[in-house]
Design a binder for this molecule. Structure first.
Ligand code: COA
Ligand code: AMP
Length: 631
């Protein structure tokens, strides 16, 4: 079946399509139907099935002949370590940790926060939690204590599993003090913490609260899988929204299994046994879906890479990985390729390696610029597929599927065509569908397919308001763009205050909250400005209290340090400028979009509702002092 046939088959019988895909999952009790729409517009999938995620990721493969196949390859240029873990070994490790968690009282439905770097134990922890029907929430290591605390308070975990440290080029990041700080800050206190000690920097344990990863597993019986209902959450993953309070995206078990398993073959072209590498981090959705769950559910070999595309040790690391591990598909963010291209524009390092195993390169997480795509195509000689999705959806909304017969042609600049399950439309503000070529809000007709979010954790009202209310009957993606005559989608911008820095999704609202808490800052705004490496970087405008009498450079240094301290280094907040006033509409709304257009040197129109046009000249002058727009 080609892509067009497959999409048409889904359109003709959506439920039949997903029931068929569900046959590839091992259910304890098969679901009687696919869609549960009793609470529409909140939809669920496979709710009356009984199933376990870990069983499908591990046990069934061990029983089915893959016991000796490598499940995880750990390759860490940052520590000079390599290891291979077979499916049988992984099952053993996961069952033992699961048993230890169960022995400490972790039960179905309990939450467990995981704060770990790119080590195989991060996957062991995720799978162990899923094995006993508990719900994990992984927090990215580049977030600071405050952000971890916000997630601990929202998820109210019974336990936290953390590593003693992470490793970034040139420095060790001690995680344990961040964890201790977060627990101090949080109102909710976990009953216990499990600490995986890394030799690079072991941590002191808090007596009575912290348990050593290995010690706690001594003498404990391994745990069996706890079957859960199809609509039981397997995890919560927090992602940036418009405010400082992150959104807890819920992933329900049944749909997650079905959709990811389907996507591994249909979208990524993988056969069980193939080696698949998503060069991301377990803290992001790409890491959840395509480092941990997708490849393992589908019986592939996955990679846990602890390194960077450049500097560990050089811009040839990705090629070394492909050659050494015979990787068939690579999935990463365009930023990684921009970084490599910047260091090795002529592709000298590419030529040194045998890349014959590689069939396809997939890019997502941010807009792919045509230059990067073309460079990658020329260097690698394989199709480069940009595909578009979000934490909320958990898998690709649009792509060029590599595993559905002859591939539809790639159109550079477009992340492809809608995948089965997604009826993508472009709408004007008034909710009217726009014609091809017209720019508008991108929405998806409800129900969203299996594997996408059914709700936000503890925040159903916010879920309805953020995604369902603006365009009744549709899910609002928060992205703006258009479709062409042939149905290819083009993503142009976000419609909210979310920016994308090196493929990391961040909230300018959250940064503004930090800036506003500085005693000398009267008012502030943060925008995303175009950056040749990271796609976007944040830039802050500060209005200081009159009479503050402070050196502006000093205040800027302080707010930069505050964002790093309170949100984390991943925010990459390094640019700020002091201005007298901020441009606003007559009703007082800050014109962030206009400021961003000026900074990027894009065409912009004077907003009809602007209060005082002269302020934009001041903003322009201030931006020039920082070198924006870049020539
Ligand atoms: N723990 C602690 N700190 C972290 C971290 C982690 N897990 N991940 C990143 N950081 C820190 C970095 O050390 C850096 O700190 P610095 O300001 O002291 O230099 C800061 O956060 C910003 O990190 P990053 O955005 O990674 O920028 P970089 O300059 O270190 O590296 C790239 C640039 C392009 C090499 C890097 O961004 C990259 O590999 N991008 C690919 C992105 C990706 O895979 N995204 C996943 C979505 S699919
Ligand atoms: P995240 O939830 O972190 O995966 O970020 C999702 C957002 O990243 C989307 O809503 C888009 O704004 C952006 N994004 C992801 N993939 C792409 C892509 N292929 N092209 C353009 N933007 C993308």
């Amino acid at each position: 079946m080609t892509y067009r046939d497959t999409y048409a088959a889904w359109q003709a019988d959506p439920e039949g399509f997903w029931m068929k895909a569900a046959e590839a999952i091992d259910w304890k009790r098969k679901p009687t139907r696919a869609l549960f729409d009793e609470n529409a517009p909140i939809h669920e999938w496979f709710s009356d099935g009984l199933v376990n995620t870990c069983y499908n990721a591990l046990d069934r493969h061990v029983a089915g002949g893959r016991a000796e196949q490598t499940a995880i390859i750990y390759d860490s240029p940052l520590t000079g370590t390599k290891a291979r873990i077979s499916y049988a070994e992984l099952l053993d490790r996961v069952s033992r940790l699961a048993g230890a968690l169960a022995a400490r009282g972790v039960r179905k439905g309990d939450r467990v926060v995981i704060y770990m770097p790119m080590v195989p134990e991060a996957l062991v922890a995720m799978l162990a939690v899923a094995r006993i029907g508990a719900i994990h929430s992984v927090v990215f290591g580049g977030f600071a204590a405050n952000e971890l605390a916000a997630r601990i308070d929202d998820a109210a975990p019974r336990a936290v599993i953390a590593a003693s440290c992470g490793i970034e080029p040139g420095r060790i990041v001690p995680y344990k003090p961040l964890l201790d700080g977060a627990i101090d800050l949080a109102s909710h206190k976990p009953e216990f913490c499990v600490i995986f000690q890394r030799e690079q920097q072991p941590a002191d344990l808090v007596a009575g609260r912290d348990l050593d990863w290995h010690d706690m597993q001594q003498g404990v019986a391994p745990a069996d899988c706890v079957p859960v209902e199809g609509n039981h959450p397997v995890y919560i993953l927090y992602t940036s929204g418009t405010t400082g309070q992150p959104k807890g995206v819920i992933r329900a078990t049944g749909g997650h299994l079905v959709a990811l398993n389907w996507s591994m073959k249909a979208i990524y072209g993988m056969e069980p046994g193939d080696v698949y590498w998503a060069a991301s981090d377990v803290g992001w959705v790409v890491g959840h879906s395509y480092i941990c769950y997708g490849p393992l559910i589908h019986g592939n070999t996955t990679l846990v890479f602890e390194g960077k595309p450049v500097g560990t040790p050089d811009a040839g690391t990705f090629w070394r990985m492909i050659e050494e591990h015979r990787i068939k598909a690579l999935f990463t963010a365009p930023t990684a390729f921009r970084a490599i291209k910047r260091e090795d524009p002529a592709g000298e390092l590419v030529k040194k390696y045998d890349l014959s195993s590689l069939r396809t390169l997939f890019l997502a997480g941010e807009r792919s610029d045509p230059d990067t795509i073309q460079w990658a195509q020329e260097q690698l000689g394989v199709p480069v597929i940009d595909h578009w999705w979000q934490t909320e959806t958990g898998w690709a909304i649009t792509a060029i599927p590599a595993g559905l017969g002859r591939m539809p042609p790639v159109r550079i600049g477009s992340p492809g065509l809608p995948m089965p399950g997604y009826d993508v439309r472009v709408m004007g503000e008034d909710g009217h569908e726009l014609a091809p070529g017209e720019l508008g809000a991108i929405v998806i007709r409800l129900p969203l397919p299996p594997g996408t979010l059914p709700n936000l954790w503890n925040a159903e009202e916010r879920y309805r308001k953020s995604y369902l209310e603006h365009f009744p009957g549709f899910y609002e993606t928060g992205d703006a763009g258009y479709v062409d005559e042939d149905g290819y989608l083009y993503i142009m911008a976000r419609t909210d205050d979310v920016i994308n820095v090196a493929g990391h999704r961040l909230s300018t609202g959250a940064m503004e909250e930090v800036l506003a808490s500085h005693p000398d800052v009267a008012e502030c705004a943060v925008i995303g400005v175009a950056d040749p490496l990271k796609g976007q970087v944040p830039l802050g405008f500060l209005c200081l209290n009159s009479g503050a009498g402070r050196d502006t450079g000093e205040v800027i240094g302080e707010v930069v340090a505050m964002v790093r301290e309170q949100i984390g280094p991943v925010a990459a907040f390094k640019l700020a400028v002091v201005v007298e006033r901020l441009p606003k509409t007559r009703s007082g709304k800050i014109l962030r979009g206009t400021m961003a257009a000026i900074a990027d040197g894009r065409d912009w129109k004077m907003p009809a509702t602007i209060d005082d046009p002269a302020i934009l000249e001041e903003i322009s002058a201030a931006l020039e002092t920082l070198g924006y727009p870049a020539s």
